[in-house]
Design a protein around this ligand. Structure first.
Ligand SMILES: Cc1cc2nc3c(=O)[nH]c(=O)nc-3n(C[C@H](O)[C@H](O)[C@H](O)COP(=O)(O)O)c2cc1C
Length: 352
């Protein structure tokens, strides 16, 4: 019987050839201050598509110049970004991958090289920053919508809203960073309002198109119980694909804890628990390195997709090798952190 990891699945009319996903990963040190795609980006993604990956989610690409997470992040705040992004799309689709774009705003996490006074749902007491006005929030919704329309024009098969890792959408959803008292703060539904409004406006424009609307969320927001509620709200809002990663941790609460027998970490655990509570497809991620680990997730229907991040950085042919029972190059787990956070060329394990 065929390994389910290599079975295709269709979402919104897009057939994804297998269940291996390359999650979004900024290729630091590659874009300039203007956010344009370079040939190096195109080749980076082409290699992973050639390597057999089913779904490639292109790195966090910023919807506002002042919302970037670093000054070398890709941008989609202008129509001028479309031709470069469409080169990535062509390179991926030419080699059979379905390709989505992660759209992003850094909020309070934007560095001083990008903005003098970062903005968020509420002021961050630890760093100079300020609360967004309602007019500015309306502008951000428009910027996300325009980014989605530009992604569609560039030829992407869908977008993923970056609602995890403590960036702007996550800052609104989390009660730790959102202390607003207006319609964007308070109970979970209010804290979700920015994300839900963005999804609604994108769906109004692109809901009937063959275009996947995905959302990357934190499974701990701050508890897994909250993560499950968020996932259900996203499903009700019409999200087509959920990608469960880490959210904002509470200083007072422990992280969700998987049972002792669970063979993966707490982030994957959150994804598998969320999968039990929704009907839309779910991607799990974090620390999954080998094809047998990925097959275990899919064969046991713990999730619909497995994202392999650093595994894809060290070995673009991760999926091809998994299909052909060959060993992929191992990630060397560099400490204190992955070298790709500075420049992929410094990765000691990479082959290309
Ligand atoms: C260099 C690097 C850049 C990353 N950039 C992003 C990003 O743009 N958006 C995002 O949601 N996550 C980003 N991540 C997180 C990955 O998508 C993934 O969740 C993480 O690496 C854990 O998966 P892994 O253990 O399979 O690598 C990045 C990770 C790395 C190593």
């Amino acid at each position: 019987m065929k390994n389910r990891l290599f079975l295709p699945i269709t979402i919104k009319g897009k057939t994804i050839r297998n269940r291996a996903v390359m999650p979004p990963m900024v290729r630091f040190g590659t874009a300039g201050n203007d956010g344009f795609v370079t040939e190096k980006h195109v080749e980076h993604y082409r290699e992973r598509a050639k390597g057999g990956t089913g779904l490639i989610i292109v790195e966090a690409t910023c919807v506002q110049k002042e919302g970037r997470l670093s000054d070398d992040q890709l941008g989609i705040w202008s129509d001028e970004h479309i031709p470069g992004l469409s080169k990535i799309v062509q390179a991926c689709q030419e080699h059979g991958a379905v390709v989505m774009l992660q759209i992003h705003h850094g909020g309070l996490k934007s560095p001083s090289s990008v903005i003098d006074l970062p903005v968020g749902p509420s002021k961050d007491e630890k760093v100079p920053s300020r609360e967004l006005t309602v007019e500015e929030i309306e502008q951000i919704k428009q910027d996300f919508l325009q980014a989605a329309l530009r992604a569609k024009e560039a030829g992407f098969d869908g977008i993923e809203l970056h609602g995890a890792h403590g960036y702007l959408l996550n800052q609104f959803v989390s009660p730790i960073t959102n202390r607003r008292t207006d319609e964007y703060g308070g109970d979970l539904k209010n804290r979700m309002k920015l994300s839900l409004d963005i999804i609604e406006t994108i769906k109004q424009e692109l809901g009937n198109a063959k275009f996947i609307i995905g959302y990357r969320m934190g499974g701990n927001e701050p508890t897994l119980k909250d993560g499950i509620k968020i996932a259900k709200l996203l499903e009700d809002a019409g999200v087509d694909l959920l990608h469960v990663s880490a959210g904002i941790q509470s200083p007072e609460l422990p992280l969700p804890e998987p049972p002792k027998s669970f063979p993966f970490n707490w982030i994957v655990y959150c994804g598998t628990e969320i999968k039990k509570n929704v009907s839309i497809p779910v991607i799990v991620v974090n620390g999954i390195r080998t094809s047998s680990q990925a097959a275990l997730v899919i064969e046991n229907r713990l999730a619909d997709f497995v994202a392999i991040g650093r595994g894809h950085l060290v070995d673009p042919f991760w999926t091809y090798k998994a299909m052909n029972k060959m060993e992929a190059k191992p990630c060397l787990e560099c400490k204190p952190h992955c070298r790709w956070f500075t420049d992929g060329d410094l990765c000691p394990g990479r082959s290309i």
